[in-house]
Design a protein around this ligand. Structure first.
Ligand code: S3P
Length: 177
């Protein structure tokens, strides 16, 4: 399918995967979750890739998964929370579509990620890691976003609604559909 992609990016626990799946359904488009694509390719979970092969190996796989997803055109893509810290990923994602940044307040994220299970960067002390990483990454997310939506007080269905309304206002989106 052609046309612009919708790219959901932002911090862990902001609902990218769930919202992405629903948004794709609503728009009648395919959904690509890059973390899932990486797991399929590697034949193991993200946490196992970090543990066995290290973060650098994960980031290489992520770069491939992003390039793949971005080349498909017209899909909904959810990328892991670290993907847009890589300028090459940002370039590809920007070329392919509209970047939607999902955010949430730190205390909400801490609640959603629980004990950090499955998320290697949060494993040791989720609260401290969320606070530190959010402060480090927040400006980078904001800098590349076309649209930002705070998911703190919204369920996935409401976030999908917000995204659709934002897309309808976006010249970049309208010019491609
Ligand atoms: C990461 C976020 C995770 C996953 C990996 C690294 C990050 O994805 O890609 O654990 O660096 O923020 P989610 O944002 O979907 O949890």
């Amino acid at each position: 399918m052609k046309g612009r992609a919708v790219v959901l990016m932002g911090f862990m626990g902001t609902g990218k995967s769930e919202v992405g799946r629903r948004l794709a359904q609503r728009l009648g488009r395919s959904f690509v979750d890059t973390d899932h694509a990486i797991e399929e390719r590697a034949g193991k979970r993200v946490a196992a890739i970090f543990a066995d092969d290290g973060e650098a190996a994960f980031r290489r796989l992520e770069r491939e998964a992003v390039a793949d997803a971005a080349s498909r055109g017209g899909v909904v893509i959810a990328v892991g929370g670290g993907a847009v810290l890589d300028p090459e990923n940002v370039r590809r994602l920007r070329d392919s579509g509209v970047l939607v940044h999902l955010t949430a307040r730190p205390e909400i994220i801490v609640r959603r990620v629980g004990d950090g299970g499955g998320r290697p960067l949060l494993r040791d002390d989720p609260r401290a890691a969320v606070t530190r990483l959010l402060a480090e990454r927040g400006p980078a997310y904001a800098a590349v976003a076309d649209v930002t939506i705070d998911t703190s007080e919204r369920n996935a269905g409401q976030v999908v609604e917000e995204i659709q309304q934002a897309l309808e206002r976006s010249e970049r989106w309208k010019s491609s559909t």
